[in-house]
Design a protein around this ligand. Sequence first.
Ligand code: SIN
Length: 519
Amino acid sequence: MTTIETQRVIIVGAGLGALYAALKLAPRPVLVISPETLGEGASSAWAQGGVAAAMAKGDTPEAHALDTKYAGAGTVDAEVARLVTAEARRHILDLTDLGTPFDRDASGGYVMSREAAHSTARVVRVKGDQAGREIMQTLIAEVRQTPSVQVAEGVIASGLEVEGGKVTGVWVERAHEPSGRTLVRAPAVLLAGGGSGGLFAVTTNPPRIRGQVIGMAARAGARIADPEFMQFHPTAIATGEDPAPLATEALRGEGAILINNRGERFMLAVHELAELAPRDIVARAVYLERQAGREPALDTRAVLGDEVLTRFPAVAEACKRAGIDPVSQPIPVAAAAHYHMGGVDTDHEGRASLDNLWVCGEASSTGLHGANRLASNGLLEALVYARICALGIGKALGAPAPADLVTLSFPPGTEAIDEAAVACLRHAMTDGVGVVRDAEGLTDTLRVIAGIEAEATSESMRNMTATATLIAAAALRRRESRGGHYRSDYPQADPAQAERTHMTLAEALEIRTRALEET
Ligand code: SIN
């Protein structure tokens, strides 16, 4: 076993929350564990919408918090919603100071996009649909010139070391070739390694984002919150690409409509807000159209014409790859796993249930999103909690001391992911724990997960099956429908169940064992 000691704070992940926290911790030395070269492989860089913030005249954080609560379908933590929406402006101004080229109008104000379930245009954006990419580029440039930040690229975290309920280090291994594991002992650990969407076969998430970070924390004993609440995006571009490229909700904010192959605008019959109804409602409608063979599609032709090519370059590029011309053709769409509202349970200061462990971004579950995240609140939450975690870590550790650079070395080993097993897991998740769920499908999926887990030969695979178990077990236990969790055998919301879920992996495994014994 190789063990390395460092005085650097370890940050697991390299998306927006991770890099922003690294900057907020400066000059405290940190080690960022990044599976890819910075900027590649992080969900944040793929975000098209932008950051929700009450920047427009007449808008207020209170109105933003109210929309967040309404979209969250009864389980949003009101205090978290108040805090996050009140902090939004500070972070937009901070990112602006760092050089993020937000879109501006003629008088210098921020251009705001409208997205579903927002009562007003409230999403600041960059170059149309390039917000995630551009904000990440800004942060990467800053990180590259911040001496306190060391980035270990091509390395993944696969476990947490815990002693007496306190996290004392992180197990790491090479990301791109089989290797043994090295334990890096550190004074504090911040998990900021993304969500779980890639555990599903149809997803908008990058390939690395498969619930490993949540699984790693759960296996170490951390409490998980709301794992059953997965958000499915209604308009992933359905051309067989994996991951599925996104057609941003901002297109519907501009007036794009959803039609089927009979030319019907089907959302009109589903919700008074039609295409701008809360995301779970639109996703379910798109899913049901596709299941019925009516080939749902997003039609931008009338409202955008050829402006779609210049104002939404990422969408235009994805269409081009698939041979679709959005100027003259509707864009085929499907519902795809997009954002995990669940994650490592954190308190209002970003602390997990294990000592010395902080979590921000999609890997965490703060209570902001409830059962259904309001569009573009994801990047906002990552920014707000990255700062909160950095402040908390600073307070816990006291004055920063200098630290040497960490030289990572790995023992020989054969930790390799079984890609066939991953594919099997992802298909089982989409089939049984997808947009529409029932007891039979959830139990079947738990059986598949248990089988894959029994054969697993790598820690990363065990992290994935842990998260998959938590999602499916919590979905089986919640006998109602709410937000992103829809049970065809319990299609109504039950006011008695309007509470967040808190669950350990041991509890999820008990549910799994019982379900498999009963069938
Ligand atoms: C989108 O642009 O549609 C996605 C934004 C988000 O998921 O918040």
